[in-house]
Design a protein around this ligand. Structure first.
Ligand code: 4HQ
Length: 245
């Protein structure tokens, strides 16, 4: 899967893309991220990319020319057609796991990162297919949203996560929160691991995990439950948990 990123600050991406799971995925060639510096497309002699807003007001607006030319350039590299273009903005659809899985099916996406007060509306009108927000708060630029997007979408690209993790992902991509995790030692300064996890009884372990997964969701994020399909056993477990609170 290829991500073309248009940004004024490509250096912001370096450590994120060279580290851990994303770093490995890129080295393996499972994902490719092409960073384009929008400033490289500026035609004026000072390589300016922003200007004052028409109508007045504070801040600067990213001007059309560099971005129009960047999109023409990327289209030309792709036989004259532009892949789906995503712009990160608080006006977009709020990002979630479902949207991440949907985009992971694409083989090529263009991610546009605005900075300053935003970008000239004509860029959005002519090139942007989807506006995405990563949450209701204001950032200084679209670079962090683009990195979050690449991270969460890449997890669904085949081979990016190890077998173990992708299998676990399957059983708990059910809209519920995770169960608690423990590792050695069994007794750390008197704080012990729940016995059942040491029992070797996988039926009981799975039951314990489901119980805590459901309870965590009920207590911390009850809003998630309205979009979650529960099995008959899960519903029974849920009734018992609700009686206890
Ligand atoms: N931005 N989710 C970029 C955001 C944002 C968000 C503010 C985007 C500034 C220039 N992007 N502009 N929240 O706060 O995606």
């Amino acid at each position: 899967m290829v991500f073309d990123v248009l940004t004024l600050f490509p250096e912001m991406f370096e450590s994120v893309l060279n580290t851990s799971i994303l770093g490995r995925a890129i080295k393996k060639g499972l994902i490719k991220v092409n960073l384009y510096n929008i400033r490289d497309f500026a035609k004026n002699k000072h390589k300016r990319v922003d200007d004052y807003p028409y109508g007045g007001g504070c801040g600067m607006v990213m001007m059309p020319q560099p971005l129009f030319d960047a999109f023409y350039y990327i289209a030309q590299l792709n036989g004259g057609t532009l892949p789906t273009v995503i712009y990160f903005s608080p006006q977009g659809t709020t990002f979630n796991q479902k949207i991440a899985t949907d985009f992971s099916k694409a083989d090529h996406l263009v991610l546009l990162c605005g900075h300053y007060e935003g970008i000239d509306q004509r860029i959005i009108d002519n090139f942007v297919d989807v506006e995405i927000s990563i949450g209701d708060y204001v950032l200084t630029g679209g670079e962090l949203p683009a990195m979050i997007f690449i991270d969460s979408v890449s997890r669904f690209v085949s081979g990016v996560l190890g077998d173990e993790q992708s299998a676990r992902e399957e059983s708990f991509s059910n809209g519920l929160l995770e169960y608690p995790q423990y590792t050695r030692p069994y007794d750390y300064q008197g704080h012990k691991v729940p016995e059942v996890l040491l029992s070797g009884n996988h039926k009981e372990i799975n039951k314990w995990r489901k119980l805590h997964s459901l309870n965590n969701t009920l207590i911390k994020r009850p809003d998630l439950l309205k979009n979650t399909e529960l099995s008959a056993e899960d519903k029974q477990m849920m009734r018992i948990l609700k009686q206890r609170t």
